[in-house]
Design a protein around this ligand. Structure first.
Ligand SMILES: NC(=O)c1ccc[n+]([C@@H]2O[C@H](COP(=O)([O-])OP(=O)(O)OC[C@H]3O[C@@H](n4cnc5c(N)ncnc54)[C@H](OP(=O)(O)O)[C@@H]3O)[C@@H](O)[C@H]2O)c1
Length: 223
């Protein structure tokens, strides 16, 4: 059965998944690259996030790599927020095609939630960006229909992840907590309560200093 999953979502100790202000020069604002240094060191990253990638730039193959590479396995579609797709104001630029160049690393239909929809954009490598104004449940139904029986990834940012968690639409979430305190930005947890009632939560400490947390939805008892 097709599941809804989140992978490699990285937060600071105080729960921020991005700093501020977001801009074309600093997509993560004052956080810079500090949230993702754990990932840049992995083989997953040096292969361009593609397990079948031909490049060999080295990189670690330990715990961080093992978690990171799950990001690319078993997905038929992605949903992302408008602020992940581009910097503030991209909606006014008819030529903006995302951060990732002509061959984005998604390789599936990719649904961008936005209040400023535009026609679909077909990219190289199997990624087509579709622009949707829809509730999380309706967006998920659309993505699932396009996913060919595979899973749907909720790719972030934190606002969209929070909305999907609040709507109880997420089956599995892999979160990475990095030992930095950002103090400001967009926080993941605001308004969410008692996720531990719905999910089995496990934690693994990596030698790099980050903590991997998995949230797996509990099976609903039939009794
Ligand atoms: N730490 C990580 O692992 C991670 C992962 C991914 C992204 N990020 C970062 O997170 C930041 C973006 O996150 P964010 O929380 O600011 O924003 P976001 O979740 O990417 O996007 C939120 C925006 O999407 C649009 N939107 C959301 N739901 C919608 C709906 N149901 N219908 C129509 N439009 C909808 C709205 O934009 P409009 O009203 O403008 O259309 C909304 O302001 C970026 O800095 C990105 O680099 C971090």
């Amino acid at each position: 059965m097709s599941r809804t999953r989140i992978h490699n979502l990285t937060v600071s100790l105080d729960g921020f998944a991005t700093g501020e202000p977001q801009s074309a020069e600093a997509p993560f604002g004052h956080a810079g690259q500090r949230l993702h240094e754990w990932m840049f060191a992995t083989r997953f990253w040096t292969l361009g996030g593609d397990p079948g990638g031909a490049a060999d730039g080295g990189g670690s193959e330990g715990v961080d790599h093992a978690f990171a590479q799950r990001h690319s396995v078993g997905f038929g579609a992605e949903i992302m927020g408008a602020n992940k797709f581009g910097p503030p104001g991209w909606q006014d630029d008819p030529d903006w095609r995302g951060w990732w160049g002509p061959n984005p690393p998604f390789h599936t239909p990719t649904f961008v939630l936005t209040h400023h929809p535009r026609p679909p954009m077909e990219m190289e490598g199997g990624t087509t960006f579709h622009f949707l104004e829809a509730t999380p449940a309706d967006a998920l139904a659309t993505a699932r229909a396009a996913a060919g029986g595979q899973d749907v990834r909720i790719g972030g940012g934190p606002t969209v992840v929070r909305d999907f968690l609040a709507a109880d639409l997420v089956d599995h979430m892999h979160l990475v907590q990095v030992p930095i305190v950002l103090g400001r930005g967009v926080r993941l947890w605001d308004g969410l309560e008692a996720l531990e009632d719905a999910y089995d939560i496990e934690a693994v400490s990596a030698p790099s200093g980050v903590t991997h947390l998995t949230f797996t939805r509990r099976a609903v008892s039939s009794t």
